[in-house]
Design a protein around this ligand. Structure first.
Ligand code: SF4
Ligand code: SF4
Length: 240
């Protein structure tokens, strides 16, 4: 689901207590619809989820349960348009159908831009068996879906989720869902503070290692090889 879709689907669902008191105070005001939810396990969210943002809570849980390696192939860093970065589970690019040309604007290393994967299934969803392959270890974002908390309000991020409006939600269920959404917000904030620092440290370390490897390689070169390399650089400068 795209950010734009999410924005348009934003609907505040204030605390129940507030709704109840507002309804009591004014009979003229149209009462707000009460939020009820029961997951129907339709898996629609898994089948077209797009990138899933990862929190510190997820990393800590996976480390505790010894399953980080299962998620490694799908990790990616998403550079957001606002300059921030998120750790995400990146969907796999769908294979073009038979006879169809590949439309994607892949980069030279085979990466497909995130913007092209917003409605693509979660890489951990088995479409044939209609099953989450990591259900016990699913990320926090999947546990709170489709409810999120932005630090002030609760937000429904997918108004089309068939579970919304389903009867059977107890006060305790609602409280638990809100608590999970709040934890998600807190853990995502922690991640967004830590990630740029870690990213910088790791990039610096990688650069230093590359430079060290280059210097080692240069020191092992013969005079003849070094002369050839100088020649290549000289020609390159002349061509520019
Ligand atoms: S959260 Fe909504 S879309 Fe996802 S499985 Fe449950 S009912 Fe379906
Ligand atoms: S991790 Fe599991 S629950 Fe979450 S979107 Fe993927 S398949 Fe669905």
């Amino acid at each position: 689901m795209s950010e734009d879709d999410k924005e348009t689907q934003k609907s505040d669902i204030k605390e129940n207590e507030k709704e109840e008191s507002t309804e009591k105070e004014s009979t003229e005001e149209k009462p707000k619809a009460k939020f009820t939810f029961k997951c129907t396990r339709c898996d629609a969210c898994c089948a077209e989820r797009g990138p899933i943002v990862i929190t510190m809570w997820d990393l800590e849980m996976w480390a505790r349960n010894g399953v980080v390696a299962n998620f490694m192939p799908y990790f990616d860093i998403y550079q957001k348009p606002d300059g921030g970065i998120d750790l995400i589970l990146k969907p796999l690019a769908p294979q073009p159908k038979e006879g169809e040309e590949e439309k994607s604007t892949k980069d030279p290393f085979g990466g497909v831009p995130i913007e092209e994967l917003l409605d693509v299934k979660c890489p951990l969803y088995n479409k044939d068996d209609k099953k989450c392959l990591v259900y016990e270890n699913r990320p926090l974002s999947c546990r709170t879906y489709p409810l999120e908390f932005d630090g002030k309000n609760f937000i429904v991020v997918d108004a089309d989720c068939p579970g919304i409006g389903e009867e059977g939600m107890t006060k305790e269920d609602l409280k638990e869902m809100r608590e999970t959404a709040k934890i998600m917000h807190y853990e995502l904030t922690r991640m967004r503070i830590a990630l740029p620092v870690l990213n910088q440290l790791i990039s610096q370390k990688v650069m230093m290692d590359l430079m060290r490897q280059n210097m080692e390689a240069m020191s092992k070169m013969t005079d003849e090889d070094r002369a050839k390399l100088d020649e290549i650089f000289k020609k390159d400068r002349e061509d520019q």
